[in-house]
Write a protein that binds this ligand. Structure first.
Ligand SMILES: [Zn+2]
Length: 206
């Protein structure tokens, strides 16, 4: 794809990664939706709140499905290399923790208010606590699905560097392959569309 600009290649890879992430998330969203329905049936969670968490979970995953490739701009500016630090599991863990801090702080503050006699804050504390794993794994699974996509390419990734230089490159295609990127996007729309419309309808919001 020599005729594509850097921006063009980035956009192409972005739609490929978004598609693959929707495919990876589809079965997970389906299982979590069933878990939420069971919990709601037992009176443990509010179905609407659970659905909001599921949407945020998917949203964080989609965000982190393409953010790692912004390192191309940094490389162009002379800072770091493409498929360097942002393409490691460590980077994924760091951002997963970073996004978990907010709900954890929310839970602690709410618990503190609750302890101080503001009884309605018990529910906020619980909601924040329940959301924490959604935030953590939404980011982490998004990054993992990005790494999965890049592992299929010729250039591959070194997901454990700098501690372990193991390279994963299955060399199935180039990352700028038009057919593959559009194909993943189409599959993502198909899988994501089926699962998400099923979830919204099953939850009575469709
Ligand atoms: Zn990448």
């Amino acid at each position: 794809m020599q005729d594509l600009s850097l921006d063009g290649v980035l956009k192409l890879m972005r739609i490929g990664h978004i598609g693959l992430t929707l495919v990876v998330f589809a079965p997970v969203v389906l299982v979590l939706a069933v878990v939420g329905a069971v919990f709601a049936g037992l009176g443990l969670v509010n179905l609407g709140v659970w659905l909001l968490y599921l949407v945020l979970f998917q949203g964080l995953g989609l965000l982190f499905s393409f953010i790692p490739d912004f390192d191309i701009y940094f490389q162009k500016a002379g800072v770091g290399i493409h498929r360097g630090e942002t393409h490691t599991v460590w980077w994924g863990i760091e951002w997963s923790i970073a996004f978990s801090v907010y709900p954890i702080v929310g839970a602690i503050l709410s618990a503190w208010m609750w302890y101080g006699g503001e009884l309605e804050f018990a529910q906020y504390a619980l909601d924040c606590l329940v959301f924490t794993p959604f935030a953590f794994f939404g980011v982490f699974l998004g990054l993992l699905s990005h790494l999965l996509g890049d592992a299929m390419t010729i250039s591959g990734i070194r997901p454990f560097m700098p501690y372990d230089d193991t390279k994963i490159a299955w060399k199935w295609f180039r990352s700028s392959n038009l057919f593959i990127n559009f194909g993943f996007f189409f599959l993502g729309l198909l899988f994501g569309g089926v699962v998400w419309s099923g979830v919204f309808q099953g939850y009575g919001f469709g």
